[in-house]
Design a protein around this ligand. Structure first.
Ligand code: PLP
Length: 308
């Protein structure tokens, strides 16, 4: 039994109507730890457990850290998550609720990550949030499920942070002989490392992350993501934080599921009828989910006029 569940695939009437084409949702927001991340992290944790690793270490204060904590609890393997002081109370609580040991260290992520790395012993496994081939194999199961349901899309819309989901979906398309299905990659302005790398034709690093979509906040995509973007048909789209937030609100009204702005970036491509969709009749949107923002956070963003 894998640690992720097979999620619903459904045709969305409200989104199809809005976009003027058939929009299919792969509802990974319904994964037990709240995002697609458990697919890859669950698979990686199981592989490391088979290798005899006795402890999992993560330095993610987001959905990856929450997924590692969940996987460790399910596999009865202790987990340490080291996060910087900037990590929200909500994320800290979600990690602790899974029974993981939470260490808060450093003003920024690289300090937390350095401590996590220094703790690594021989029997430990470090779980990277996006740059690990085991993770991509696990994420690919999302496409296996769509293929198993017999629905071949003309295009897949997904959000990109460090590019782990993207690498996994490309792997899934390839192993189902769907290499011809293009991917529309969605990022928010200020977290648009992939779109900028494609435009520059080299893997660039952003100076800083300025978007509210913190789950997309990798300064640089992994080398594999950039390499695959040169091999697989990709259409990069960048949306504003406001568009992502608006899309989350509309999705909550339409489907009664609250997702992070990281996921709202993909939804904004559909709700705002991006012209990148022109010519595609059946579009699969990966509802990647995310649990780090609650309604109170959305209210704060709205009051602040996020990104405006
Ligand atoms: C991690 C995450 C992403 C981005 O995934 P990458 O593999 O880093 O590209 C998108 N949405 C949510 C909700 C996430 O947790």
């Amino acid at each position: 039994m894998p640690l992720h569940i097979e999620t619903p695939l459904l045709e969305s009437d409200p989104l199809s109507k809005t976009a003027g084409r058939r929009i299919w949702l792969k509802l990974d927001a319904l994964q037990p730890p709240g995002s697609f991340k458990i697919r890859g992290i669950g698979a990686a944790c199981e592989a490391y457990a088979r290798q005899g690793r006795r402890r999992f270490i993560s330095s993610s204060g987001g959905n990856a850290g929450i997924a590692v904590a969940y996987a460790g609890r399910k596999l009865s393997i202790p987990v340490v998550v080291v996060v910087p002081e900037t990590t929200t109370e909500r994320a800290r609580a979600l990690i602790r609720e899974q029974g993981a040991e939470l260490i808060v260290h450093g003003a920024a992520w690289h300090e937390a990550n350095a401590l996590a790395q220094s703790m690594l012993g021989e029997d430990d496994a470090f779980l990277h949030p996006f740059d690990d081939a085991l993770l991509w194999q696990g994420h690919a199961s999302l496409i296996d499920e769509v293929a198993g349901a017999g629905m071949k899309p003309d295009a897949v819309v997904l959000s990109v942070g460090g590019g782990g989901l993207f690498c996994g979906v490309v792997e899934g398309l390839r192993r189902n002989a769907w290499d011809d299905v293009p991917i529309i990659t969605a990022e928010t302005m200020g977290a648009d490392a992939l779109a900028r790398s494609i435009a520059a034709n080299e893997r660039i690093a952003l100076d800083a992350i300025t978007s509210i979509a913190t789950s997309l906040g990798a300064r640089q995509v992994c080398a594999q993501a950039f390499a695959l973007a040169g091999q697989h048909p990709v259409h990069p789209v960048v949306v504003s934080d406001e568009a992502a937030l608006r899309a989350c609100t509309r999705f909550l009204d339409d489907h009664r599921v609250l997702v992070e702005p990281a996921c709202g970036a993909s939804l904004a491509v559909v709700y705002d009828r991006s012209e990148v969709l022109d010519g595609f009749r059946n579009v699969l949107v990966v509802i990647c989910g995310g649990v780090t923002a609650d309604m109170a956070q959305f209210d704060r963003w709205r009051r602040r006029g996020a990104g405006a």
